[in-house]
Every structure is written in structure tokens, then in C-alpha cells.
Design a protein around this ligand. Structure first.
Ligand code: NAD
Length: 321
């Protein structure tokens, strides 16, 4: 069995490889050759922790496995990251454990890849200004992946605590792109693409903020009750997601569905656009919204690339098991 420690993952995968792993697995999901299995997520009654697992199987790449972990709110005080996860890959022919891979960075970069894939396939071709709502840990990853996807020439940022926006300013500086902290009215009026990546439980972005033709990548809502976008705004958009079952239960679409503004069959999988079976954006005036809920197959796809590269470079630790 192979072990790829968390501190080796960064040197084993780059943004482009992560992007293609996620794009391919979304396509496999839409063509029904890859399935996510039901997600388990439980409050364990200790350390305020939320623990669970996401698993799945891709019959095209034979990626089979599980990401296990969750959220330990007291970790920061111990000098540890609050989100902790490990990915286990199994041999699809024998069921033997093939590899254990640190899952923390993989979670961050596979989430960033998802919004970047949505931008590639759904944003207007002439998109130049990207807006960011949220400036926490994940936001820098989302912005970097987006800037690699399109030649955005301006970043507009909003966060409930404005001083956190320095994180996004640093990413924009690193990439030589202009950055401006703005209010939601300006962000909605001037951005061509907006990524939302907060842990909000109430709508932040409203229909009145935005203009036609925008692409929204809503990435923060991954739990029942969380919400970043007003349900009426969601309902006014052409809707795409990674996985429809998750979108209507734990994703941004849960609110518009619960309000009776949207039905499940109005939501398409982004993978169908990648495969060419859904037209995606049909005009420069439409609002497109990608509800990125986060699926286990994204983790397995990226972890598989990491393990392949670890084998090639000798970075994997082999143990008898
Ligand atoms: P973080 O704790 O580092 O940052 C949280 C962000 O949300 C900050 O910008 C904070 O100011 C903002 N925020 C918190 N409460 C708010 C409120 N009430 N109103 C407006 N903004 C508020 O978290 P992170 O690691 O950056 O993750 C952000 C979100 O993304 C979380 O909800 C997380 O669960 C989610 N996430 C989703 C996926 C996915 O695949 N979709 C993957 C990873 C993380």
C-alpha cells in the first residue's frame, strides 16, 4: 500500500492537472459512468466535530475510494487546520487498499477546479472582471484557479469582514491583476463572473445587485441551511450543478426548490455541458449559475493523479499492509 503524506501533495499536482481531473470526472458523472455513493455527515458529539465520508466509483478511470474527515472547530487553537480529511483509494479489481493520501489540499484545489471548470464552460467569452464574495481560506484557491482559466483583468472583492480581503488582494498582486474592494452593488453591476465562497446562512447576493449575462459560481453552500444567493436570483438563472441530488438537498438550489421557484428537472449537470449533451449558455443575456456542492468523485479523481505522480517521482511511501 502507498502513503502520500499531506505535505507532499502540493509538489505532485498543478492547477492544470487538477482542472482536467475534475472536468473529466464531471463528464463521467453526466454520462453515468461514474457514481457518487450516499454521503454520511454526522455531529459526533465530541470536540464539536462534524465527521463524515464521501465515496464513489468511476468505471472509466477505475478510481474507487472514500474521503473521510470533516470539521474540527477547535483545531485552529491547536495550530491545525479546522478541515481535516484523508483519502483512501482501493484497487477496483481486488478491493485491496491501494493508497492513503492527505486530503486537505486536495479538497481545496478540487473545489477551486470546480468553479474554474464552470467558468470555462458557462461564462461569456468576453468576461473580463471577476467578483469574489468571501475571503476565507478557500477563496484564494478559487481565485487562483479562475485567473488561470480566463484572462480576467480585474478582481472585485467583497467580504463581511473587509480586512480579510487582503488575502484576495495578495492573490491578485501575485498574478499582476488589479484588485478593488467594493460594495455588493458595484460588484454585481461590474462583474462578469462572481464566485461566492462563504459560510453564510442567509442570502448575500440579490437579484437587484446583478446584471444580465453574468455567470455565478456558488461554492460555499454545501450543507442544509447555508445560503449565499437570494432564491429569486437562483430562480432567474439557468441552473447547473455537479450533482443534482446534492444541489436540491445541500446546495444553493435547496432554497429555490423549497420555495417552489425551481423544480429539480430545471437543473442540469455541468458534465452534460462538458459532454456536449446540454447547450449550456445560449445567449450573452442569460444568467448562468453553477451550484458547486462538492462530490467525492472530485477528491478521488485528483487523489488518483497525485498517487500516479507520486509513483513516477518516487515520492510515495510503500508499506506492507
Ligand atoms: P473560512 O472559515 O476560511 O471562511 C469563511 C468565509 O465566509 C469568510 O470569508 C467569512 O467572512 C465568510 N462568512 C462567514 N459567515 C458569514 C456570514 N454570516 N455572512 C457573510 N459571510 C460570512 O471557510 P472556507 O474554508 O473559506 O470555506 C468557505 C465555505 O466553502 C464554507 O461554507 C465551506 O463549507 C465551503 N466549502 C465548499 C466546498 C464545496 O465543494 N462546495 C469545499 C470546501 C469548502
Amino acid at each position: 500500500m502507498l502513503i502520500v503524506p499531506e505535505n507532499k501533495v502540493a509538489e505532485l499536482i498543478n492547477t492544470a492537472e487538477c482542472f482536467s481531473a475534475v472536468e473529466n470526472v464531471f463528464a463521467s458523472m453526466a454520462s453515468k459512468s461514474a457514481n457518487n455513493f450516499p454521503v454520511v455527515r454526522e455531529a459526533i458529539g465530541h470536540a464539536d466535530a462534524l465527521y463524515g465520508f464521501k465515496s464513489g466509483f468511476d468505471r472509466e478511470t477505475l478510481a474507487l475510494g472514500v474521503k473521510s474527515g470533516g470539521f474540527w472547530p477547535g483545531n485552529a487553537a491547536r495550530g491545525l487546520v479546522n478541515h481535516q480529511s484523508s483519502i483512501f483509494l482501493f484497487d477496483a479489481d481486488t478491493g485491496r487498499c491501494r493508497a492513503v493520501v492527505g486530503g486537505n489540499l486536495i479538497t481545496a484545489i478540487r473545489t477551486a477546479a470546480a468553479s474554474a471548470v464552470s467558468i470555462k464552460h458557462l461564462a461569456r467569452k468576453d468576461a473580463k472582471t471577476i467578483g469574489m464574495i468571501g475571503a476565507g481560506h478557500q477563496s484564494a484557491f478559487q481565485l487562483r484557479a479562475a485567473l488561470e482559466q480566463r484572462p480576467f483583468d480585474r478582481v472585485l472583492g467583497w467580504n463581511v469582514e473587509p480586512k480579510m480581503l487582503q488575502r484576495l488582494r495578495d492573490v491578485a498582486d501575485e498574478r499582476g491583476v488589479a484588485f478593488e474592494a467594493v460594495g455588493l452593488d458595484r460588484l454585481g453591476a461590474e462583474a462578469d463572473v462572481i464566485i461566492t465562497i462563504t459560510s453564510s446562512f442567509a442570502p448575500i447576493l440579490k437579484a437587484s445587485h446583478i446584471r444580465p449575462g453574468i455567470h455565478l459560481a456558488c461554492m460555499g453552500t454545501d450543507t442544509r441551511g447555508k445560503q449565499e444567493v437570494e432564491a429569486e436570483l437562483t430562480a432567474s438563472a439557468i441552473l447547473f450543478t455537479d450533482e443534482i441530488v446534492q444541489a436540491v438537498t445541500i446546495g444553493e438550489c435547496q432554497h429555490a426548490v423549497a420555495a417552489g421557484l425551481v423544480s429539480q428537472d430545471e437543473i442540469a449537470e455541468l458534465g452534460a455541458v462538458i459532454n456536449g449533451s446540454d447547450p449550456g449558455r445560449r445567449s450573452d443575456e442569460e444568467i448562468t449559475l453553477f451550484d458547486g456542492t462538492g462530490v467525492g468523485l472530485q477528491d478521488l479523481a485528483v487523489a488518483t493523479r497525485v498517487v500516479d505522480r507520486a509513483i513516477e517521482t518516487g515520492a510515495a511511501i510503500e508499506v506492507e499492509y
